[in-house]
Design a binder for this molecule. Structure first.
Ligand code: DGY
Length: 324
């Protein structure tokens, strides 16, 4: 009897995806505590040929070292900062991820947070639900900020940053950006964006939207020093990774009016609870890490995750592959 290859999932996926996997492999899905405890992940990875994981599952060197048969790690995310991709490459383990299909959804969410925090939509909703809307239509009531004519600073003008820039353009915002390397002049012209240094980006923007991955270079790059260089009336939007921002400093900056507000989909440690200091602030819009969470996008991500896994299981490069 031919033994089927083993695939382990650290959490369930769509039925169609599981069905497809079960046609080919011996599939096991973790159903307990989320994230899967490291001890369980480590025991399961030992004899797995393929692993499907999520952006909070830490797949480090020690975990990879336990894997005897692992051919591919397929993450249900565009981010792969939870995986030691360098070490996986050394061990000739393929790593697949899911960019492109979630670009629009994530840019939409970033723009929603931007609109919401500038126009105080969620705050107004809270005011009504809490029974605090007592007096009709005053000249100074719940005033927000116009988007038109304001400068949006995009940190990391990749796929998502560019898509956000297009959204912002339609609202007549000016767009500046900072990347490690500027994009081509013709692309800059067609998008209507201007390259600036990081220092200029933070000092000239009315809204900054973060679209860089979490790496040792970007870790906590938004801290009190950064906030103090930003305009007092500016806003910070983060849909990338929470660890790019020093959250403690952000809370202080928001409390003291060093910056005006923030729209956040990601946090240093997720999920955050009711007692988190950010929850107490009115000038913040919070989302539970849902950048890519639309029905259509999540289905496409599952399709890519399975395709990436299948390719890796057959010794081929995933459609979207990191490193090897
Ligand atoms: C990703 O794909 O990395 C996102 O953070 C999930 O929404």
């Amino acid at each position: 009897m031919i033994m089927r290859k083993k695939v382990f999932l650290t959490r369930t996926l769509h039925d169609f995806a599981l069905k497809e996997l079960k046609k080919k492999y011996q599939v096991e899905v973790h159903t307990g505590k989320i994230p899967i405890p490291q001890t369980k992940l480590r025991s399961k990875i030992k004899d797995a040929d393929g692993l499907i994981c999520f952006p909070y599952d830490v797949i480090n060197k020690e975990t990879i070292d336990l894997a005897q048969n692992l051919k591919v790690i397929s993450t249900y995310s565009v981010g792969f900062d939870h995986i030691d991709t360098e070490y996986a490459k050394e061990k000739k383990i393929r790593v697949g991820y899911t960019p492109e299909v979630l670009t629009d959804a994530t840019a939409d969410l970033a723009f929603s947070l931007l609109l919401d925090v500038l126009r105080r939509v969620s705050e107004g909703d809270r005011i009504i639900r809490d029974g605090m809307w007592k007096v009709i239509y005053g000249a100074h009531d719940y005033v927000g900020v116009d988007l038109q004519g304001k400068t949006l600073g995009v940190l990391g003008l990749g796929r998502i940053g560019m898509t956000l820039a297009k959204r912002a353009k339609a609202f007549d915002m000016k767009i500046i950006y900072h990347n490690r390397k500027p994009i081509s002049k013709s692309k800059e012209r067609s998008l209507g964006v201007k390259y600036v240094s990081f220092e200029r980006l933070i000092s000239q923007s009315d809204v900054i939207s973060i679209h860089v991955p979490h790496t040792s270079e970007t870790e906590k790059m938004f801290n009190m020093k950064t906030f103090k260089k930003m305009k007092k009336k500016s806003f910070l939007i983060n849909t990338s990774r929470g660890k790019v921002v020093n959250e403690k400093d952000l809370v202080t900056a928001l409390k003291r009016g060093i910056i005006s507000g923030a729209g956040l989909d990601v946090f240093e440690k997720e999920p955050i609870g009711k007692s988190h200091p950010l929850v107490k602030l009115q000038n913040v819009v919070l989302a539970p890490h849902v950048g890519s969470s639309t029905k259509e996008t999540r289905v496409k991500m599952a399709q890519i995750t399975v395709k990436n896994l299948n390719l890796g299981m057959n010794g081929k490069k995933p459609i979207y592959s990191v490193g090897y």
